[in-house]
Design a protein. Structure first.
Length: 418
Protein backbone atom coordinates (compact mmCIF):
# COMPACT_ATOMS: atom_id res chain seq x y z
CA UNK A 1 0.00 0.00 0.00
CA UNK A 2 2.87 2.37 0.74
CA UNK A 3 4.14 1.81 -2.80
CA UNK A 4 0.77 2.85 -4.21
CA UNK A 5 0.79 5.90 -1.93
CA UNK A 6 4.22 6.90 -3.20
CA UNK A 7 3.06 6.37 -6.77
CA UNK A 8 -0.02 8.59 -6.31
CA UNK A 9 2.21 11.45 -5.14
CA UNK A 10 3.69 11.72 -8.66
CA UNK A 11 2.06 13.32 -11.73
CA UNK A 12 -0.11 11.25 -14.08
CA UNK A 13 2.67 10.98 -16.66
CA UNK A 14 5.03 9.27 -14.20
CA UNK A 15 2.28 6.97 -12.91
CA UNK A 16 1.58 5.87 -16.47
CA UNK A 17 5.27 5.25 -17.14
CA UNK A 18 5.50 3.08 -14.02
CA UNK A 19 2.54 0.96 -15.10
CA UNK A 20 4.04 0.97 -18.59
CA UNK A 21 7.28 -0.55 -17.26
CA UNK A 22 5.34 -3.23 -15.41
CA UNK A 23 3.56 -4.13 -18.65
CA UNK A 24 6.77 -3.93 -20.72
CA UNK A 25 8.56 -6.41 -18.47
CA UNK A 26 5.57 -8.74 -18.24
CA UNK A 27 5.26 -8.79 -22.03
CA UNK A 28 9.00 -9.22 -22.54
CA UNK A 29 9.61 -11.94 -19.96
CA UNK A 30 6.58 -14.04 -20.82
CA UNK A 31 8.07 -14.52 -24.30
CA UNK A 32 11.85 -14.03 -24.59
CA UNK A 33 13.02 -16.62 -22.00
CA UNK A 34 11.16 -19.31 -23.96
CA UNK A 35 12.16 -18.17 -27.46
CA UNK A 36 15.29 -20.32 -27.73
CA UNK A 37 13.33 -23.45 -26.75
CA UNK A 38 10.65 -22.66 -29.36
CA UNK A 39 13.21 -22.13 -32.10
CA UNK A 40 15.23 -25.25 -31.27
CA UNK A 41 12.57 -27.76 -30.22
CA UNK A 42 9.35 -26.61 -31.92
CA UNK A 43 10.88 -25.39 -35.19
CA UNK A 44 13.87 -27.75 -35.26
CA UNK A 45 16.49 -25.05 -35.89
CA UNK A 46 20.15 -25.70 -35.23
CA UNK A 47 21.92 -24.12 -32.28
CA UNK A 48 23.81 -21.84 -34.67
CA UNK A 49 20.61 -20.49 -36.22
CA UNK A 50 19.03 -20.03 -32.79
CA UNK A 51 22.12 -18.07 -31.76
CA UNK A 52 21.83 -15.85 -34.83
CA UNK A 53 18.16 -15.02 -34.17
CA UNK A 54 18.80 -14.23 -30.49
CA UNK A 55 22.02 -12.36 -31.28
CA UNK A 56 20.31 -10.17 -33.89
CA UNK A 57 17.66 -9.17 -31.35
CA UNK A 58 20.26 -8.30 -28.72
CA UNK A 59 22.54 -6.47 -31.17
CA UNK A 60 19.71 -4.41 -32.66
CA UNK A 61 18.79 -3.27 -29.15
CA UNK A 62 22.18 -2.72 -27.52
CA UNK A 63 23.75 -1.18 -30.61
CA UNK A 64 20.91 1.25 -31.30
CA UNK A 65 20.28 2.69 -27.83
CA UNK A 66 22.16 5.77 -28.96
CA UNK A 67 19.64 6.32 -31.78
CA UNK A 68 16.72 5.99 -29.37
CA UNK A 69 18.29 8.49 -27.00
CA UNK A 70 18.96 11.03 -29.75
CA UNK A 71 15.45 10.57 -31.13
CA UNK A 72 14.02 11.32 -27.68
CA UNK A 73 16.03 14.56 -27.50
CA UNK A 74 15.24 15.67 -31.05
CA UNK A 75 11.68 14.46 -31.57
CA UNK A 76 10.35 14.31 -28.02
CA UNK A 77 10.38 11.34 -25.64
CA UNK A 78 6.59 10.82 -25.86
CA UNK A 79 6.55 10.01 -29.55
CA UNK A 80 9.59 7.75 -29.30
CA UNK A 81 8.05 5.78 -26.41
CA UNK A 82 4.85 5.25 -28.39
CA UNK A 83 6.77 4.26 -31.53
CA UNK A 84 8.88 1.80 -29.56
CA UNK A 85 5.87 0.05 -28.04
CA UNK A 86 4.14 -0.08 -31.42
CA UNK A 87 7.22 -1.65 -33.02
CA UNK A 88 7.43 -4.28 -30.31
CA UNK A 89 3.76 -5.09 -30.86
CA UNK A 90 4.55 -5.84 -34.51
CA UNK A 91 7.76 -7.72 -33.67
CA UNK A 92 6.16 -10.03 -31.12
CA UNK A 93 3.18 -10.64 -33.41
CA UNK A 94 5.62 -11.77 -36.12
CA UNK A 95 7.07 -14.34 -33.71
CA UNK A 96 3.57 -15.81 -33.49
CA UNK A 97 2.70 -15.65 -37.17
CA UNK A 98 5.93 -16.69 -38.89
CA UNK A 99 8.09 -19.82 -38.78
CA UNK A 100 10.56 -18.99 -41.56
CA UNK A 101 14.00 -17.59 -40.82
CA UNK A 102 13.45 -14.26 -42.70
CA UNK A 103 10.28 -13.56 -40.68
CA UNK A 104 11.96 -14.51 -37.41
CA UNK A 105 14.95 -12.27 -38.16
CA UNK A 106 12.58 -9.39 -38.96
CA UNK A 107 10.76 -10.02 -35.67
CA UNK A 108 14.07 -10.01 -33.80
CA UNK A 109 15.21 -6.76 -35.42
CA UNK A 110 11.90 -4.99 -34.78
CA UNK A 111 11.65 -6.13 -31.15
CA UNK A 112 15.27 -5.13 -30.52
CA UNK A 113 14.84 -1.74 -32.21
CA UNK A 114 11.72 -1.20 -30.12
CA UNK A 115 13.72 -1.62 -26.91
CA UNK A 116 16.43 0.68 -28.23
CA UNK A 117 13.79 3.36 -28.79
CA UNK A 118 11.67 3.33 -25.66
CA UNK A 119 14.27 2.36 -23.01
CA UNK A 120 16.29 5.61 -23.09
CA UNK A 121 13.18 7.64 -23.98
CA UNK A 122 11.24 6.40 -20.93
CA UNK A 123 14.14 7.24 -18.63
CA UNK A 124 14.62 10.67 -20.17
CA UNK A 125 10.90 11.45 -19.80
CA UNK A 126 10.90 10.16 -16.22
CA UNK A 127 13.96 12.24 -15.30
CA UNK A 128 12.41 15.39 -16.76
CA UNK A 129 9.03 14.91 -15.07
CA UNK A 130 10.37 13.90 -11.65
CA UNK A 131 12.30 17.12 -11.02
CA UNK A 132 14.21 16.91 -7.73
CA UNK A 133 12.52 13.59 -6.89
CA UNK A 134 14.39 11.57 -9.54
CA UNK A 135 15.76 9.05 -7.03
CA UNK A 136 12.29 8.24 -5.69
CA UNK A 137 10.85 8.02 -9.21
CA UNK A 138 13.56 5.62 -10.35
CA UNK A 139 13.15 3.60 -7.14
CA UNK A 140 9.47 3.10 -8.00
CA UNK A 141 10.51 2.34 -11.57
CA UNK A 142 12.76 -0.44 -10.22
CA UNK A 143 9.88 -1.88 -8.16
CA UNK A 144 7.55 -2.09 -11.15
CA UNK A 145 10.28 -3.46 -13.42
CA UNK A 146 11.24 -6.18 -10.93
CA UNK A 147 7.62 -7.17 -10.38
CA UNK A 148 7.07 -7.45 -14.13
CA UNK A 149 10.19 -9.60 -14.47
CA UNK A 150 8.71 -12.03 -11.90
CA UNK A 151 5.13 -12.10 -13.21
CA UNK A 152 6.09 -12.38 -16.90
CA UNK A 153 7.76 -15.83 -16.77
CA UNK A 154 4.92 -17.19 -14.62
CA UNK A 155 2.35 -16.13 -17.22
CA UNK A 156 4.61 -17.35 -20.01
CA UNK A 157 5.01 -20.82 -18.50
CA UNK A 158 1.22 -21.10 -18.16
CA UNK A 159 0.64 -19.98 -21.76
CA UNK A 160 3.18 -22.48 -23.03
CA UNK A 161 0.77 -25.19 -21.92
CA UNK A 162 -1.27 -24.00 -24.92
CA UNK A 163 1.59 -23.22 -27.31
CA UNK A 164 4.27 -20.64 -28.03
CA UNK A 165 1.99 -18.66 -30.34
CA UNK A 166 -0.38 -18.00 -27.44
CA UNK A 167 2.55 -16.47 -25.52
CA UNK A 168 3.65 -14.33 -28.46
CA UNK A 169 0.13 -13.05 -29.21
CA UNK A 170 -0.46 -12.27 -25.53
CA UNK A 171 2.80 -10.31 -25.38
CA UNK A 172 1.87 -8.44 -28.56
CA UNK A 173 -1.56 -7.62 -27.11
CA UNK A 174 0.05 -6.21 -23.94
CA UNK A 175 2.28 -3.92 -25.99
CA UNK A 176 -0.67 -2.86 -28.15
CA UNK A 177 -2.60 -1.85 -25.01
CA UNK A 178 0.43 0.06 -23.70
CA UNK A 179 0.78 1.86 -27.03
CA UNK A 180 -2.87 2.95 -26.95
CA UNK A 181 -2.64 4.06 -23.31
CA UNK A 182 0.44 6.17 -23.98
CA UNK A 183 -1.08 7.79 -27.04
CA UNK A 184 -4.24 8.64 -25.09
CA UNK A 185 -2.84 9.68 -21.72
CA UNK A 186 0.88 10.55 -21.87
CA UNK A 187 1.15 14.36 -22.03
CA UNK A 188 3.11 15.89 -24.86
CA UNK A 189 5.95 18.22 -23.89
CA UNK A 190 7.55 20.99 -25.89
CA UNK A 191 10.81 19.88 -27.45
CA UNK A 192 13.62 22.47 -27.19
CA UNK A 193 15.04 23.64 -30.48
CA UNK A 194 18.05 21.53 -31.44
CA UNK A 195 21.43 23.18 -31.81
CA UNK A 196 23.91 21.52 -34.11
CA UNK A 197 23.81 18.02 -35.53
CA UNK A 198 23.13 14.63 -34.02
CA UNK A 199 26.78 13.71 -34.58
CA UNK A 200 27.72 16.86 -32.70
CA UNK A 201 25.56 15.72 -29.79
CA UNK A 202 27.29 12.33 -29.77
CA UNK A 203 30.72 13.95 -29.88
CA UNK A 204 29.78 16.20 -26.96
CA UNK A 205 28.68 13.26 -24.82
CA UNK A 206 31.60 11.04 -25.80
CA UNK A 207 34.01 13.87 -24.97
CA UNK A 208 32.69 13.84 -21.39
CA UNK A 209 35.41 11.68 -19.88
CA UNK A 210 33.86 11.64 -16.41
CA UNK A 211 30.62 10.28 -17.85
CA UNK A 212 32.41 7.59 -19.87
CA UNK A 213 34.46 6.56 -16.83
CA UNK A 214 31.27 6.31 -14.77
CA UNK A 215 29.59 4.22 -17.49
CA UNK A 216 32.53 1.83 -17.56
CA UNK A 217 32.48 1.59 -13.76
CA UNK A 218 28.93 0.29 -14.05
CA UNK A 219 30.18 -2.88 -15.76
CA UNK A 220 29.95 -4.53 -12.35
CA UNK A 221 26.35 -3.54 -11.75
CA UNK A 222 25.08 -4.83 -15.08
CA UNK A 223 27.19 -8.00 -14.99
CA UNK A 224 26.04 -8.87 -11.48
CA UNK A 225 22.39 -8.05 -12.21
CA UNK A 226 22.49 -10.45 -15.14
CA UNK A 227 23.50 -13.25 -12.76
CA UNK A 228 19.93 -13.16 -11.44
CA UNK A 229 19.10 -14.97 -14.69
CA UNK A 230 22.24 -17.11 -15.03
CA UNK A 231 24.49 -17.90 -12.08
CA UNK A 232 22.04 -17.66 -9.16
CA UNK A 233 19.29 -19.80 -10.77
CA UNK A 234 21.95 -22.32 -11.79
CA UNK A 235 23.25 -22.36 -8.21
CA UNK A 236 19.74 -22.87 -6.85
CA UNK A 237 19.12 -25.79 -9.20
CA UNK A 238 22.46 -27.42 -8.37
CA UNK A 239 21.93 -26.98 -4.62
CA UNK A 240 18.47 -28.58 -4.61
CA UNK A 241 18.32 -30.73 -7.72
CA UNK A 242 14.99 -29.02 -8.52
CA UNK A 243 14.43 -26.80 -11.57
CA UNK A 244 11.71 -24.84 -9.80
CA UNK A 245 14.21 -23.55 -7.22
CA UNK A 246 15.14 -20.75 -9.62
CA UNK A 247 11.63 -19.32 -9.19
CA UNK A 248 12.18 -18.99 -5.44
CA UNK A 249 15.18 -16.74 -6.14
CA UNK A 250 12.98 -14.33 -8.12
CA UNK A 251 10.17 -14.49 -5.56
CA UNK A 252 12.50 -13.56 -2.68
CA UNK A 253 13.91 -10.65 -4.70
CA UNK A 254 10.53 -9.31 -5.72
CA UNK A 255 9.12 -9.43 -2.19
CA UNK A 256 12.22 -7.67 -0.87
CA UNK A 257 11.94 -5.06 -3.60
CA UNK A 258 8.30 -4.33 -2.85
CA UNK A 259 8.88 -3.96 0.89
CA UNK A 260 12.31 -2.29 1.03
CA UNK A 261 13.02 -0.22 -2.10
CA UNK A 262 11.26 3.02 -1.15
CA UNK A 263 12.39 2.81 2.48
CA UNK A 264 16.01 2.43 1.40
CA UNK A 265 15.93 5.25 -1.14
CA UNK A 266 14.16 7.70 1.18
CA UNK A 267 16.47 6.99 4.11
CA UNK A 268 19.68 7.29 2.06
CA UNK A 269 18.83 10.27 -0.13
CA UNK A 270 19.67 12.89 2.48
CA UNK A 271 22.46 10.95 4.19
CA UNK A 272 25.69 11.36 2.34
CA UNK A 273 26.49 11.79 -1.34
CA UNK A 274 24.93 9.76 -4.12
CA UNK A 275 28.36 8.48 -5.18
CA UNK A 276 28.87 7.06 -1.71
CA UNK A 277 25.66 5.04 -1.88
CA UNK A 278 26.33 3.87 -5.43
CA UNK A 279 29.71 2.54 -4.25
CA UNK A 280 28.15 0.92 -1.17
CA UNK A 281 25.46 -0.72 -3.31
CA UNK A 282 28.01 -2.07 -5.79
CA UNK A 283 30.21 -3.45 -2.99
CA UNK A 284 27.19 -5.15 -1.40
CA UNK A 285 26.26 -6.64 -4.76
CA UNK A 286 29.74 -8.16 -4.93
CA UNK A 287 29.61 -9.46 -1.35
CA UNK A 288 26.28 -11.11 -2.23
CA UNK A 289 28.18 -13.82 -4.09
CA UNK A 290 30.18 -14.86 -1.01
CA UNK A 291 27.49 -17.08 0.65
CA UNK A 292 26.91 -19.19 -2.49
CA UNK A 293 30.67 -19.28 -3.13
CA UNK A 294 31.31 -20.81 0.29
CA UNK A 295 29.04 -23.80 -0.42
CA UNK A 296 29.68 -24.00 -4.18
CA UNK A 297 29.92 -27.57 -5.37
CA UNK A 298 27.53 -28.98 -2.77
CA UNK A 299 24.33 -30.58 -4.08
CA UNK A 300 21.03 -31.91 -2.82
CA UNK A 301 22.44 -35.45 -2.75
CA UNK A 302 25.27 -34.27 -0.50
CA UNK A 303 22.82 -32.62 1.91
CA UNK A 304 20.35 -35.52 1.87
CA UNK A 305 16.58 -35.35 1.39
CA UNK A 306 14.15 -32.47 1.10
CA UNK A 307 15.32 -30.86 4.33
CA UNK A 308 18.91 -30.98 3.18
CA UNK A 309 17.99 -29.46 -0.16
CA UNK A 310 16.15 -26.62 1.57
CA UNK A 311 19.16 -26.03 3.81
CA UNK A 312 21.49 -26.04 0.79
CA UNK A 313 19.31 -23.40 -0.86
CA UNK A 314 19.69 -20.93 2.03
CA UNK A 315 23.13 -19.55 1.00
CA UNK A 316 21.88 -18.99 -2.56
CA UNK A 317 18.78 -17.16 -1.33
CA UNK A 318 20.91 -15.11 1.08
CA UNK A 319 23.11 -14.12 -1.84
CA UNK A 320 20.11 -13.24 -3.99
CA UNK A 321 18.65 -11.10 -1.20
CA UNK A 322 21.92 -9.21 -0.70
CA UNK A 323 22.20 -8.71 -4.47
CA UNK A 324 18.70 -7.26 -4.69
CA UNK A 325 19.40 -4.95 -1.73
CA UNK A 326 22.60 -3.77 -3.40
CA UNK A 327 20.65 -2.97 -6.56
CA UNK A 328 18.03 -1.15 -4.50
CA UNK A 329 20.74 1.00 -2.92
CA UNK A 330 22.71 1.83 -6.07
CA UNK A 331 20.36 1.89 -9.04
CA UNK A 332 18.08 4.88 -8.23
CA UNK A 333 21.13 7.08 -7.62
CA UNK A 334 22.84 5.83 -10.79
CA UNK A 335 19.78 6.80 -12.81
CA UNK A 336 19.60 10.17 -11.02
CA UNK A 337 23.25 10.93 -11.80
CA UNK A 338 23.24 10.19 -15.54
CA UNK A 339 21.25 13.24 -16.79
CA UNK A 340 23.29 15.55 -14.57
CA UNK A 341 26.53 14.91 -16.44
CA UNK A 342 25.52 17.29 -19.23
CA UNK A 343 22.88 19.58 -20.73
CA UNK A 344 19.23 18.78 -20.04
CA UNK A 345 18.60 18.90 -23.81
CA UNK A 346 20.80 15.79 -24.18
CA UNK A 347 19.28 13.66 -21.42
CA UNK A 348 18.09 10.99 -23.87
CA UNK A 349 21.49 10.89 -25.58
CA UNK A 350 23.24 10.45 -22.24
CA UNK A 351 20.96 7.55 -21.32
CA UNK A 352 21.38 6.01 -24.78
CA UNK A 353 25.18 6.14 -24.76
CA UNK A 354 25.28 4.99 -21.13
CA UNK A 355 23.42 1.81 -22.08
CA UNK A 356 25.60 1.25 -25.16
CA UNK A 357 28.88 1.63 -23.23
CA UNK A 358 27.81 -0.28 -20.12
CA UNK A 359 26.00 -2.90 -22.23
CA UNK A 360 29.15 -3.68 -24.21
CA UNK A 361 31.20 -3.77 -21.03
CA UNK A 362 28.65 -6.02 -19.33
CA UNK A 363 28.68 -8.37 -22.33
CA UNK A 364 32.42 -8.78 -21.79
CA UNK A 365 31.78 -9.32 -18.07
CA UNK A 366 29.15 -11.98 -18.77
CA UNK A 367 31.58 -13.73 -21.09
CA UNK A 368 34.11 -13.85 -18.24
CA UNK A 369 31.49 -15.28 -15.87
CA UNK A 370 30.43 -17.86 -18.47
CA UNK A 371 34.05 -18.89 -18.99
CA UNK A 372 34.50 -19.17 -15.21
CA UNK A 373 31.42 -21.41 -14.96
CA UNK A 374 32.82 -23.76 -17.61
CA UNK A 375 36.37 -23.70 -16.27
CA UNK A 376 35.19 -24.15 -12.68
CA UNK A 377 32.95 -27.05 -13.63
CA UNK A 378 35.70 -28.88 -15.51
CA UNK A 379 38.45 -28.09 -13.05
CA UNK A 380 36.63 -28.80 -9.80
CA UNK A 381 36.61 -25.10 -8.86
CA UNK A 382 32.89 -24.42 -8.53
CA UNK A 383 33.70 -21.28 -6.53
CA UNK A 384 35.37 -19.57 -9.51
CA UNK A 385 32.35 -17.79 -11.15
CA UNK A 386 31.16 -16.55 -7.76
CA UNK A 387 34.62 -15.16 -7.04
CA UNK A 388 34.61 -13.39 -10.42
CA UNK A 389 31.34 -11.65 -9.53
CA UNK A 390 32.75 -10.64 -6.14
CA UNK A 391 35.72 -9.09 -7.93
CA UNK A 392 33.44 -7.24 -10.38
CA UNK A 393 31.49 -5.72 -7.50
CA UNK A 394 34.51 -4.60 -5.52
CA UNK A 395 36.29 -3.20 -8.59
CA UNK A 396 33.19 -1.26 -9.69
CA UNK A 397 32.72 0.13 -6.19
CA UNK A 398 36.38 1.18 -6.12
CA UNK A 399 35.98 2.84 -9.52
CA UNK A 400 33.03 4.93 -8.37
CA UNK A 401 34.85 5.82 -5.16
CA UNK A 402 37.88 6.94 -7.16
CA UNK A 403 35.74 9.15 -9.41
CA UNK A 404 34.11 10.64 -6.31
CA UNK A 405 37.48 11.47 -4.79
CA UNK A 406 38.49 13.17 -8.05
CA UNK A 407 35.25 15.22 -7.82
CA UNK A 408 34.34 13.97 -11.30
CA UNK A 409 30.72 13.09 -10.47
CA UNK A 410 27.81 15.58 -10.42
CA UNK A 411 26.93 17.00 -7.02
CA UNK A 412 23.30 17.51 -6.06
CA UNK A 413 22.37 21.18 -6.07
CA UNK A 414 21.45 22.61 -2.66
CA UNK A 415 18.78 25.29 -2.46
CA UNK A 416 20.00 28.49 -0.82
CA UNK A 417 17.54 30.59 1.16
CA UNK A 418 17.89 34.33 0.58
Amino acid sequence: MKTWGEMRAFPLAIRLLLVNQLGVNIGFYLLIPYLATHLGQDLGMSAAVVGIVLGVRNLSQQGLFILGGSAADRLGARGVIIAGCALRTVGFALFALGDGLPVLLAASILSGLAGALFNPAVRAYLAAEAGDRKAEAFALFNIFATTGALVGPLIGSALLLVDFRASALTAAAIFALLTAAQAAVLPAREVPASKGSVLGDWREVLANRAFLAFSLAMVGMFTMENQLYLLLPDGARRATGWDGAAGIVFLVGTLANLTLQMRITRSLKERGSRARWVAVGLALMGVAFVPPMVVAGASATDAGGVGGAALALVPVLAGALLLYVGVMIAQPFVMELIPEFGRAELTGTYFGIFYVVSGIAAAVGNTVVGWAMDAGGHGGAAWLPWACCLAFGLLSAAGVGWLHRLRALPVRAVAVTA
